[in-house]
Write a protein that binds this ligand. Structure first.
Ligand code: GRF
Length: 203
């Protein structure tokens, strides 16, 4: 079976990256993790990935004159490695329209809320403050809008009495690690079935 070439973009500890990396080690997983890239050199996930023998790349956005310049450099790094699909996993940057044009339909994201509820930050705090009975996470295809785009999977957890943003985050995170690899695999299989896999043209 040919595996699609996957890159994971992170900015932090990379626990979702790790769940994707482990899944991708399975022989029947439809993607192979070729690169873990971060806009932060000190992202813990880079070390985790390197320890698993996965290529890593730190590309600091601070060294680029503009958002567009950073995204162009990132896109070029992905194309140079014939990446076909990109998974955002705690990547704390909004991608530019230019990047989105290059990678349309090929980028997926995990967000720690039941979208369309609570796009953006502090999702668990907001769910608790609103008195929600349920919280959860969503895997979706990335579009130009923040935390928007066709939904691939969702998981729900209860909000329990006495929950803090941290206790709720931990309950949700366990579900993130479960649904992200599954949803990504389904998306890749769908891309392949529709003839949408294959490398993105350079330039
Ligand atoms: C996760 O909660 C993810 O949903 C959100 O950022 C967090 C990243 O955690 N987008 P990790 O780096 O994968 O551990």
């Amino acid at each position: 079976m040919r595996k699609a070439r996957l890159a994971v973009l992170i900015s932090g500890r990379g626990s979702n990256m790790l769940s994707l990396a482990k899944a991708a080690q399975q022989p029947d997983y439809p993607a192979e993790l070729m690169l873990v890239a971060s806009n932060k050199a000190d992202a813990g996930g880079l070390e985790t990935a390197a320890g698993m023998g996965i290529e890593t790349l730190a590309l600091s956005h601070r060294t680029f004159p503009s958002r567009e310049a950073f995204d162009e450099a990132l896109s070029a790094e992905l194309k140079a490695r014939q990446i076909e699909v990109v998974a955002l996993a705690g990547f704390m940057r909004i991608l530019t329209p230019g990047f989105m044009r290059d990678w349309e339909g090929r980028i997926v994201n995990i967000h720690p809320s039941l979208l369309p509820k609570y796009p953006g930050l502090h999702t668990h705090e907001r769910a608790i403050e609103a008195g929600d009975a349920e919280a959860g996470c969503t895997v979706h295809v990335v579009t130009e809008l923040l935390d928007d785009g066709p939904m691939l999977a969702q998981a729900r957890v209860p909000v329990l009495p006495g929950d803090t943003p941290d206790t709720l985050a931990a309950r949700v995170l366990a579900q993130e690690h479960r649904i992200y690899p599954e949803a990504l695999a389904a998306h890749v299989r769908n891309m392949v079935a529709k003839g949408l896999a294959g490398a993105v043209k350079a330039g």
